[in-house]
Design a protein around this ligand. Sequence first.
Ligand code: 5GP
Length: 202
Amino acid sequence: MSIKGMLIVISGPSGSGKGTVVNELRKNEMYALSVSMTTRLPRLNEKDSVDYFFRTKEEFLKIREADGFLEHAEFVGNMYGTPKSYVEEKINEGKAVILEIDVIGALQVKKIFNECILIFLIPPTKEILRERLIGRNTEDAIVIERRLKKAEDEITQIDNYDYLIINDKVLNAVNQISCIVSAERLKPKNCKLKVKEFIGGE
Ligand code: 5GP
């Protein structure tokens, strides 16, 4: 049976554990994770084309001019964008495509794909967020402070999201997102293809 693809946007402060949650989700092949492009330098454990497409600012701007991004935004001094073609291809294959992007990008996507699901993930407390940012040891103190400030700004946008998940335990967050996606797939408007096949229509 054909399944209609969908777009799931997951946002949350850096350090909210989005990456870990998304890595768990994508073990299920119904999901496809969009790999973003960024002008940020890779962290020690990050690989090009896996974690991001790491590009220079010039390369990034060229793709932006050619309308190659579904959305793009600047975040704490670096540029990030979602390459359009992969998302379109995977949605056509019926996948639930996950975009792990910031609030500005999420709102751009909502304007284009009104049916996308916006999920916001936060850690239980700001202190835990700070500890996670310090603990991962990838940014200096100034960048950590900028990211914490950015987190406060982003949290004020929660009302624009469809769901809020407190990421206390990774598996709880993963289960909650799976429930949201399952419920969404059962909405009649998302089952039209199945219904058509059932009644033998075109
Ligand atoms: P980081 O530098 O920690 O990997 O990411 C910084 C922020 O940029 C995070 O909130 C992350 O979700 C967001 N981000 C990553 N890729 C994209 C993208 O393609 N577009 C937008 N708008 N934000 C992104």
